[in-house]
Design a protein around this ligand. Structure first.
Ligand SMILES: [Zn+2]
Length: 237
């Protein structure tokens, strides 16, 4: 199993590693900063370099505990020392977008008591579904303003890896899907937008809400009595 460098340092964009397994066009490394698709966040893209040859990483996915990097040509052999590097613009955009979604969830929970039921993102654009019966079009601007106020409040964002018991003792985490986590998981990673939102989450986030920039709610859809969808765009503000 590889060391997941992105879990402790979202800003790491270059790293040395060793090839531990190869399957067709897939490469596993002893350590990686490449985020694999999961938790609503798309995977990173980038490059692996060894012996003056460069492979493009076009897809990254998790299979059990292993992270597989899909490369464009026949991969380097097992044991090769490589240098990995991320396509940073894509990753950083995803960090800003992912944090923006947590802020949207935090604001809506705090102001209206509505819970998230699902979501998805691409760089600088995302959607989130809520169980939010009182939602109506007139609230769109108000929600947008509240999120942008929280962005300018420059809240720090901290990620911590906690023992399961400790995580379960945090009241804020109960409202998220922490109860659905398999019993075998001994440690839980939490993402804390200090003073706004705390969630069990495996994604990569910015270190301060200011880095998000500015959000705009570009679409609102009622998909039933209580199921409401908001779509956001993230910009430099
Ligand atoms: Zn998340």
């Amino acid at each position: 199993m590889s060391e997941w460098l992105f879990h402790t340092d979202s800003y790491l964009r270059e790293f040395p590693a060793r090839v531990t397994a190869v399957q067709g066009n897939l490469v596993a490394l002893d350590r990686t900063a490449f985020y694999p698709t999961g938790g609503g966040q798309p995977c990173d893209h980038g490059w692996i370099v060894a012996n003056s040859q460069r492979w493009t990483v076009t897809n990254v996915r998790k299979d059990g505990d292993e992270i597989w990097h899909e490369v464009s040509e026949t991969p380097p052999a097992v044991g090769t020392e490589v240098a990995g590097s991320l396509e940073w613009e894509r990753r950083y955009s995803l960090m800003r977008t992912h944090t923006a979604l947590h802020m949207l969830a935090g604001v809506i929970w705090r102001a209206y008591g509505a819970q998230v039921t699902g979501g998805n993102m691409e760089p600088l654009r995302a959607r989130m579904d809520f169980e939010f019966e009182s939602m109506r079009r007139e609230l769109v601007e108000e929600i947008e303003q509240k999120v942008n106020q929280e962005i300018t409040a420059a809240r720090p964002i901290q990620t911590k890896i906690l023992p399961r018991d400790e995580a379960f003792a945090i009241p804020d985490l109960i409202r998220t899907k922490i109860n659905l986590l398999p019993e075998g998981i001994a440690q839980i990673r939490v993402v804390d937008i200090v003073g706004l939102d705390l969630q069990a989450d495996g994604g990569t986030h910015v270190a301060n809400t200011r880095e998000v920039g500015c959000i705009k709610i570009v679409d609102y859809k009622s998909k039933g009595k209580s199921n409401k969808r908001l779509e956001i765009q993230v910009s430099d503000g």
